[in-house]
Design a protein around this ligand. Sequence first.
Ligand SMILES: C[S@@+](CC[C@H](N)C(=O)[O-])C[C@H]1O[C@@H](n2cnc3c(N)ncnc32)[C@H](O)[C@@H]1O
Length: 626
Amino acid sequence: MKATQERGLSQEDLNVICQFIDASPSEIEGRSEFLFEKHEKHSEFSDKIESQLPLDKTVDIVLDSFDNLFCRRCLVFDCRLHGCSQNLVFPSEKQPCGFELDGNKSPCGDQCYLRRREGFQDIHKHDYASSATHNMESRSTLHKVGTDMVSESEDSNREEEIIKSSISVGTSRSKISFESAEKHTALPSGDASETENVSTDMLLRSLGKRKVSKGPRSSDDFPYKKPRTLASDIPFASHILNNHSTSEIGDTRPDIREFGGNQRDDPNKKTSNKDSCGGSPTSTAEDAARNTNKESSANNLFSSSREHPLSHWSTLERDLYLKGIEIFGKNSCLIVRNLLCGLKTCMEVASYMYNNGAANMSKSISGDFTETEQNYMEQGMVVRTKVCRRRGRTRKHKYPSKAAGHPAIRKKVGDGKQCDRQYTPCGCQEMCNKNCPCVENGTCCEKYCGCGDGSLGEPPERGDGYQCGNMKLLLKQQQRILLGKSDVAGWGAFIKNPVHKNDYLGEYTGELISHKEADKRGKIYDRANSSFLFDLNDQFVLDAYRKGDKLKFANHSSSPNCYAKVMMVAGDHRVGIYAREHIEASAELFYDYRYGPDQAPAWARRPEGAKKDEASGSHRRAHKVA
Ligand SMILES: C[S@@+](CC[C@H](N)C(=O)[O-])C[C@H]1O[C@@H](n2cnc3c(N)ncnc32)[C@H](O)[C@@H]1O
């Protein structure tokens, strides 16, 4: 049995199709076979990929970091030019609310949805022109129309010139606009159907390549005999048999049903079109009308594509599609190029997006999804959150002080829970001693501690070797730090002069970012195996990747010669690096990054059985190489 028959396409069906398509039954049969075969290959391919994926990983997990690694400037992954310095976008921010038809884009290929839109634009312009003629007296309207038309005629925005240019340019497009405008004026304003017929005829004539039958243009009738061109992107038999008023298969140009047809469906549409161009009192109202117009046009654009049901998309394809939406927004060209290449065409994705995905998504991210898709999204979100938590290592510093601050940003940690952790000077009336709550809490005691006189002057030595680290941090009394090749990993930080135990060496500075942001950046840094994230507290993380001092190059050691301490300094939380012991000049500086147990990379893991605070000073000290 032939494949066509296996799929329920009988000889009778072929004969019926022949009546509408300029092809013989055998040609249609041949083409059907080809399409069925191709479709099967697609399914096999997707199934194959699906079975290759590790069972415990969803596409979402696999692709999780891809959105961060995708360069939005060069539109490639792992861009060497911009690397990590990308603006990171969160999924919720990535999804624009409306279906956007980007006017400046050029089609990504033969099967790009924009090919379909090219025709759509003609109609769109034509609509405006028509309305313009109706409302010749409305200057504001014509100005608006002019804007649209001038974009094509490159003329001024004066209405007379606009109209003239649309006549004199003489391209099929501008001609159509003008001719149809004339027809519109001649017609009684309420005769929408007649107007549509005229407009549609004009359009079809302007396209010039389509045979148009002279039959009635009711949606129940086949309006024309179609050319023989068939394409593969629309389910074949069902499409033809179920949608009698459909356009030719695979023809990317608009057809009557797409544009005119819907207008018939919605008798108010013309009025609203007219309104949008008819001198609404405020630009906001005009914009709104235009947007509505745009949306409904987009609706029209893909209304004939409801023939892409969910079942034609494999789970993998759907996963990839959803991931694509997350990464690229509603850009079918990019989604196909990067994620669905060879699986779906741009047109299919655009159609699916509008009919099944994006239209729903624009109403509500989760609210109006089909149950399956909503489940998927919810599941995806949970998975994503988990992944974020797992990845993006940051150093854990379990210091008592629990807020963050950064001198460059000077962000006060005054919001939320952290409020009560803000600096409140101790109640010491004279000199503070070791029992001062400031010393105990690691908060700044610049006011009364024995280190200073309250005027932020030089903190005097107390004679017992104790120095107020807070004060030094505040006064930026840091040691000379040198940058050199580390004996351990890449670059390292080295001390120029010898220092004593507990000496303040300098500050770890960087961008103050949220944990959410740090999770995203962390994924990228982990890939490069180089992270400058410093986990300050529950709220903030310091990222020294782009901004920071030389101390950011200090490497990790589980038996270090330094330690890091978060201090509250005049209401800001800052990280000081202190000597853990006496350090000789030119020694490389190390401190314990204090990764969480499940977060530590291999090089930061303690050997099993090693004590937590192993012999300080027993580690190999790398010295600066001249
Ligand atoms: C803050 S940077 C330190 C500077 C780094 N060496 C460089 O050249 O940029 C931290 C990164 O250095 C590397 N690193 C730090 N300590 C290390 C160690 N003990 N062993 C191996 N790599 C280390 C890791 O790649 C880590 O992500």
